[in-house]
Design a protein around this ligand. Structure first.
Ligand code: JB2
Length: 212
């Protein structure tokens, strides 16, 4: 039987999540929770059926959940919603696109979506509530914390340690064994060859801090 799934957040990221979820064939999308003023509207033919106030009710009714708000500059909303789900003892789905290669020797946490053509290689450990966006590559033994977004086409080479709430921009390359601290931001196309401290914002090749 397919899991009955409720999505939280009905914007741009939700659309790409729906595309992956449909491809898996493993879920029936029941509807989306968003802001009150959007209830009754639709996203790709799925209705916004309520707000975050309805989470407890839908947990009781046996639905599973996936947070489908994205994250670029701030992880705050995604983190907050994940805590609300946990407080309500919700069942949180993990979604893996059929086109992704997720090694049987890796581990992917609850609430994480692995999108089209992603590689998660042997020994990698991916945390909870992460976005592994289309075509990114997580190489062997790399560890990614919770609530982290690895954007389209980014490469994390082997043995990296990526913190919680980190954002790695599109097509960034992170050299092997690099450590990136919690809530750091790596700009699109950056080449990271030195460790990055928590909350630092870096860009360029080689990547350098652009904090003012
Ligand atoms: O508290 C909330 C809340 N606040 C805003 N609860 C819920 N359930 N939903 C909330 N939202 C909704 O999140 C907004 O009303 C809106 O529908 C959605 C955010 O949509 P937006 O398209 O602005 O961003 P996104 O997070 O879906 O996507 C961003 O991140 C992706 C990774 C965009 O920057 C995308 O371009 C990017 N690919």
């Amino acid at each position: 039987m397919k899991a009955r799934l409720i999505l939280i957040g009905g914007g741009g990221h939700c659309k790409v999540c729906i595309d992956v979820i449909e491809q898996t064939g493993q879920f029936d999308i029941i509807g989306i929770l968003d802001l009150a003023e959007l209830v009754g509207t639709s996203v790709l033919n799925y209705q916004i059926i309520g707000t975050d106030q309805d989470i407890a009710k839908y947990v009781e009714q046996g639905y599973s959940f996936l947070i489908t708000v994205g994250q670029i500059k701030s992880v705050a909303l995604k983190e907050k919603l994940f805590h609300i789900l946990n407080e309500n003892k919700a069942v949180i789905a993990t979604v893996v696109a059929p086109s992704a290669h997720v090694s049987v020797h890796s581990n992917v946490g609850a609430g994480t979506i692995v999108m089209h053509h992603v590689t998660v290689n042997a020994g990698a450990i991916i945390g909870k509530n992460c976005i592994l966006n289309n075509c990114c590559d997580i190489e062997h033994d790399t560890i990614v914390g919770d609530h982290t977004h690895i954007s389209t086409g980014a490469i994390l080479n082997g043995n990296c340690r990526i913190g919680n709430g980190v954002f790695v921009g599109s097509n960034a390359t992170v050299a092997n064994q690099i450590v990136i601290g919690d809530k750091a931001v790596i700009g699109a196309g950056s080449v990271v060859i030195k460790n990055v401290t928590a909350k630092d914002i870096q860009a360029g090749n080689p990547a350098k801090s652009i904090n003012k």
